[in-house]
Design a protein around this ligand. Structure first.
Ligand code: HEC
Length: 113
């Protein structure tokens, strides 16, 4: 879907907008992805640019979000939502939102606006 496009540079307001189609593809409520987008923009922009979701694979995002979240002592719920948004718009064609079941950030997503 994203092949052929390049997202090399820093964005902020350019974060992908969530559509009903995206939510359906991800198998979650649209508000869930929107909540993740908002959290990402607000919680993750303080120290560095917001990386475009398509910059990394879902698997890489899982690792990065866990690492960052640990350092920042962020709430697990927020991290799960952030991960859900990033994974949905990651460079993967069919990202898995709930992968390893390891108790990490790829836990089941819940619509909690
Ligand atoms: C308190 C400051 C701070 C906040 C807030 C923060 N980060 Fe970071 N982040 C850093 C620093 C410093 C680095 C580079 C050093 C490192 O990798 O630990 C980094 C690196 C990264 C990288 C690695 C980029 C690369 O090219 O490998 C990613 C991805 C990332 N952060 C995502 C996030 C996400 C997602 C959030 C929100 C959950 C977040 N950051 C919030 C400080 C922050």
């Amino acid at each position: 879907m994203l092949s052929g496009l390049s997202f090399g540079c820093a964005i902020g307001p350019g974060l992908p907008i969530v559509s009903d189609q995206d939510a359906e593809k991800a198998g979650v409520e649209r508000v869930t992805l929107e909540a993740g987008r908002k959290l990402y923009a607000s919680k993750c922009s303080g120290c560095h640019e917001l990386f475009h979701p398509a910059r990394f694979s879902a698997q890489t995002w899982e690792i990065k979000v866990e690492e960052m979240g640990e350092q920042l002592h962020m709430k697990k719920r927020d991290l799960v939502l952030i991960y859900g948004y990033l994974a949905t718009f990651s460079r993967d064609e069919n990202p898995t939102l709930q992968s390893s079941g390891s108790g990490g950030v790829s836990a089941p997503l819940q619509a909690t606006p």
